[in-house]
Design a protein around this ligand. Structure first.
Ligand code: BGP
Length: 477
């Protein structure tokens, strides 16, 4: 009996991590400080440090979660073998910029840093796992904050391209899938992580944020050109923190508010995929008194170098209202959202909405007609090790089942999708809270919020469940 699956035969199943939340070894082998290396965890003021990074730099906290993380730097072999045991076809990871260029503006790369990624990429290839590399995932070198307020300054384009040039040449023929910036739209919400800059004292923060966004958009277009010039087989993706925003009621005011909220994210992808600033952005700039400084060739560069595929993270949908009295009840530090009464909510306030993923995929494909790649999805939850030493994470399996089912339905709707990498496949540090307790993995790592633990790795129930999903190409969920 053949079992039906909507997933294509070459569908890239896998998992995702990011250097700054996973590697640790924050000063080993010549690495410079990354943005996150000055951030404490949620219990020691992470949000205040994120919004006032210059003050955070001057503070001595007791504990910096990124310094050791779960020490992938020394556990990479074990972890990659666990990924292979699950059957991963792809592994998404980021290359730490300050590991290669410790100060950001160095002229030559740190060879010891490259040697680490050589080991990762070579082992991936030996295990038949296709590497998917994020070039910048929330870890612009910290030195650039002090030298030029990060991406607020146009010189960052050159520093970033020097980094890209090294990667594209060094990994030519070994890496084919690249993402230029993780969740590029997050620069508007968490400018320090997204743009390596401090806007806390700025008279007109939106001016700085959109100017920095322009620099990243030009950098992304030039990186796309460079990647294609160096190896025509390279496939370059943009990366959006996605999740459709719904209107709170059928009131047209709410519907229009939802449309505008969705455009805050689509704005970036419109430029990266269609090659021009959308008209609604020009109107927004006028309303907010934002004047973008552009170099004479910028528009032509954006037009000529659009991405090959659209990647995105999806955790949940969001809900908004045009009525300020109602919208005041939104929750969440990064993405404010009203609580949707039809959805379940996690301990960290994130809601589960599988159908929202199907809606998001259909919207993205209708808008861009380029293949999609889901590069983050998952449930952050507290896990308990039971007396038998196991982790029975049925809640995580339920979330993933709902989301992967929805992904299959979107593919059956006619949306092309290259692959799926669930977030934090091995437990790692949470970006928002800096905590270890908020876990996403198929593999449990023995480490707590204060940095205690043996770092031992234990497969959870979800490990064996995902192994079967991959083996059956999504026909058994
Ligand atoms: C995305 C980031 C990831 C990841 C994820 C989960 O925004 O790209 O780096 O951390 O969110 O968020 P958190 O770790 O805050 O639960």
């Amino acid at each position: 009996m053949t079992t039906h699956t909507p997933f294509p035969n070459d569908f890239l199943w896998g998992g995702a991590t990011a250097a700054n939340q996973y590697e640790g070894a924050y000063l080993s082998d010549g690495k410079g400080l990354s943005l996150v290396d000055i951030l404490p965890d949620a219990h020691h003021g992470r949000w205040a440090a994120l919004t006032h990074p210059k003050e955070a730099q001057a503070t001595q906290y007791d504990f910096y979660p990124s310094h050791e993380s779960v020490d992938f730097y020394h556990h990479y072999e074990e972890d990659l073998r666990l990924m292979a045991e699950m059957g991963f076809k792809t592994y998404r990871f980021s290359i730490s910029w300050p590991r290669i260029f410790p100060n950001g503006d160095d002229l030559t790369p740190n060879e010891a840093g490259l040697a680490f990624y050589d080991r990762i990429i070579d082992l991936c290839r030996a295990l038949q796992i296709e590497p998917l590399v994020t070039i910048n995932h929330f870890d612009t070198p910290l030195a650039m904050l002090n030298k030029c307020n990060g991406w607020a300054d146009r010189q960052m384009i050159d520093h970033y391209l020097r980094f890209c040039d090294v990667l594209f040449k060094h990994y030519k023929g070994k890496v084919h899938y690249w993402l230029t910036f993780n969740e590029i739209n997050m620069i508007l919400h968490i400018p320090f992580l997204g743009g390596g800059m401090d806007v806390s004292d700025a008279a007109h923060p939106d001016q700085i944020k959109y100017q920095a966004s322009h620099h990243q958009l030009v950098a992304s277009a030039l990186a796309t050109k460079l990647a294609h010039d160096i190896d025509p087989d390279n496939q370059i993706g943009c990366m959006l923190a996605a999740g459709e925003t719904y209107p709170n009621t059928p009131n047209p005011d709410d519907v229009f508010k939802a449309l505008e909220t969705n455009r805050e994210g689509y704005f970036f992808i419109d430029v990266q995929s269609r090659g021009t600033y959308p008209n609604y952005a020009k109107r927004l700039f006028k309303a907010k008194e934002i004047v973008l400084e552009m170099a004479p060739d910028d528009e032509a560069i954006l037009k000529a170098n659009t991405v090959d595929f659209i990647s995105f993270s999806y955790y949940s949908s969001r809900l908004t209202s045009a009525d300020p009295a109602v919208n005041n009840q939104t929750e969440g530090n990064v993405f404010a959202s009203l609580k949707n009464p039809y959805l379940k909510t996690s301990e960290w306030g994130w809601q589960t909405d599988g159908l929202g993923l199907r809606i998001t995929m259909n919207q993205l494909y209708d808008r861009y007609q380029k293949p999609l790649f889901i590069v983050e999805n998952g449930l952050g939850a507290r896990d308990t090790v039971t007396a038998d030493g196991q982790i029975h994470d049925d809640y995580r399996i339920a979330y993933l089942q709902e989301n992967i089912t929805a992904m299959g339905q979107a593919i059956a709707d006619g949306v092309p999708c290259i692959g799926y990498t669930s977030w934090g496949c091995i437990d790692l540090i949470s970006a928002g809270s800096g905590e270890m307790a908020k876990r996403y993995g198929y593999v449990y790592v023995d480490r707590d919020n204060d940095g205690n633990g043996t770092l031992a790795r234990t497969p959870k129930d979800s490990f064996y469940w995902y192994q079967k999903v991959i083996k059956t190409n999504g026909s058994v969920l």
